[in-house]
Design a protein around this ligand. Structure first.
Ligand SMILES: [Fe+2]
Ligand SMILES: [Fe+2]
Length: 169
């Protein structure tokens, strides 16, 4: 690290406090993606019934995207002189995506997915806010990820609308 690269450079020594704050946010985002992968794997398999099929297929397709997000966050942590945390640092938070009591309870899964995506959207907007002042490269990366999450959330809002229209959610 050289100290004379100018104040805009997130890799400059003088910006180490901002960089460490950003790395902390990226670590949290990384864990959110990893937990989402776990939850989507489970929920792409567990649900029963004819109506579950569409949801299971959609979640199965999203797993690859969420894993890709985790990999992008990991790569950016490393680029910012951080260390991608080990698995023993993980602590689960997605109460709302645990298997429902009934495997045919599709609305519970849909609502859980919407909550996960809404949480990611809120937190990634925070990262974008901070990065917009300190690190346009991270800002750019997270904007692209944010768009994916918005797409996921909108799709599941559409699924929920159908259940609500039929009085099932
Ligand atoms: Fe994601
Ligand atoms: Fe997502």
């Amino acid at each position: 690290m050289s100290g004379d690269r100018g104040s805009r450079d997130i890799l400059a020594e003088e910006n180490s406090a901002d960089r460490e704050k950003l790395v902390g946010m990226l670590e949290k985002a990384y864990w959110m993606e990893i937990e989402t992968v776990m939850s989507y794997v489970a929920n792409s398999v567990n649900p029963d019934g004819v109506r579950a099929q569409e949801i299971k297929e959609s979640l199965a397709a999203d797993i690859t995207e969420e894993l890709g997000h985790a990999q992008q966050f990991a790569a950016r942590i490393k680029e910012l002189y951080g260390v991608v945390p080990g698995s023993k640092q993980f602590s689960a938070e997605q109460d709302y995506l645990q298997p429902p009591a009934e495997a045919t309870d599709i609305p519970a899964v849909i609502k859980g997915v919407i909550e996960a995506e809404a949480g990611a959207i809120a937190f990634y907007n925070e990262i974008i806010d901070f990065a917009s002042e300190h690190d346009p490269v991270t800002e750019d990366m997270v904007i692209a990820i944010l768009r994916d999450e918005q797409g996921h959330m909108r799709e599941f809002e559409g699924f929920l609308k159908e259940y609500e229209a039929e009085g099932l959610a």
